[in-house]
Design a protein around this ligand. Structure first.
Ligand SMILES: NC(=O)c1ccc[n+]([C@@H]2O[C@H](COP(=O)([O-])OP(=O)(O)OC[C@H]3O[C@@H](n4cnc5c(N)ncnc54)[C@H](OP(=O)(O)O)[C@@H]3O)[C@@H](O)[C@H]2O)c1
Length: 278
């Protein structure tokens, strides 16, 4: 596969996570990475930080790109894409915008081939989780190219588009939920006398270790939990306290609610009580 020129349109938090991850992995050379931002000071900051070409004009970057990765907020996606629709002729457009459907993207940029993607912020340290969902005109080669772009920055899966709002609630928003759990575990350590930095390190490494154990062993999490649960021991005492707090249903409902709200982002009708941020 020849090296494509990739443009990140709207390089904010996620755009920078993808950009930083691709550069750290050496997946694309800096000269084939472009970014855009509508504020000149941000353009200058990105150019200095990454040594790449950064444009204030989305059209200028789109014209040069083989692949355009749309990283603006869902609410402005339609305006940005319709402004550059002619410049996206023959381009692979990958949108990471929560809630924005392939059919919408194909309507705004009819000459582009479209893939919807949902990455997450750990992409910046190459521990991301990205789910891809190809649009009507995306080819096998396009999917392979999208995998090639996201694989260096974490795991990649391709799923039917009907799952994308759930994916957004689980792995897209998930790092925030995991940080709350991590912080709460650390709080317990602090309550029992550990210094904060030690407690955070212990909680973070423990969560990372448990997660890797699940991924690498392929075992069910319940089996791994049972293995460390001694009868009448401290772990079962802690587990029952978690169950008293209904932690399972709280976390499961967290994903359900995040997925529900994700489904309304980028749509004309906003679900009640949603914020403008994903
Ligand atoms: N954050 C996450 O964890 C996460 C995870 C997965 C997917 N996503 C999706 O990723 C997308 C970006 O999220 P984010 O958190 O990275 O948002 P963000 O930090 O706000 O990034 C978007 C950037 O685009 C800029 N921008 C706005 N209008 C523009 C235009 N016309 N041309 C060029 N740049 C423009 C914004 O500038 P201003 O700040 O000046 O408006 C902002 O810096 C969203 O669609 C979201 O659904 C986010």
């Amino acid at each position: 596969m020849s090296t494509p020129t990739l443009a990140i349109l709207g390089c904010g938090t996620m755009g920078e996570a993808i950009l930083g991850g691709l550069l750290a992995a050496g997946a694309l050379p800096a000269e084939q990475l472009l970014a855009t931002h509508h504020r000149p000071e941000r353009c200058q900051q990105l150019a200095e930080r990454y040594g790449i070409r950064v444009f204030e004009s989305n059209a200028d970057a789109a014209r040069l790109a083989d692949v355009a990765v749309l990283c603006v907020k869902p609410q402005v996606a339609s305006g940005v894409i319709q402004d550059v629709a002619d410049d996206l002729e023959g381009t692979l457009l990958i949108s990471i915008c929560a809630g924005v459907r392939n059919a919408q993207l194909e309507g705004w940029a009819p000459r582009a081939r479209v893939i919807r993607a949902m990455p997450n912020t750990p992409s910046v340290i190459r521990e991301g989780m990205t789910v891809l969902s190809p649009g009507t005109h995306a080819t096998r080669e396009d999917i392979a190219l999208a995998e090639h772009i996201f694989q260096p920055i974490g795991r990649v899966r391709t799923l039917d588009e009907k799952h994308m709002d759930t994916v957004t609630g689980l792995s897209g928003s998930g790092p925030a939920f995991a940080c709350v759990v991590l912080e709460a575990l650390a709080d317990g350590g602090v309550m029992m006398g550990l210094p904060r930095d030690v407690a955070v390190e212990l909680a973070a490494q423990t969560m990372q270790g448990a997660a890797r154990l699940v991924l690498e062993s392929g075992e069910h999490p319940a089996a791994l939990k049972d293995r460390v649960t001694t009868p009448a021991g401290c772990t079962i005492a802690g587990l029952l306290t978690m169950e008293d707090g209904r932690i399972r249903s709280t976390l499961a409902r967290t994903i359900q609610e995040a997925a529900r709200v994700a489904g309304g982002l980028g749509q004309d009708e906003e679900p009640s009580g949603r914020s403008s941020r994903s």
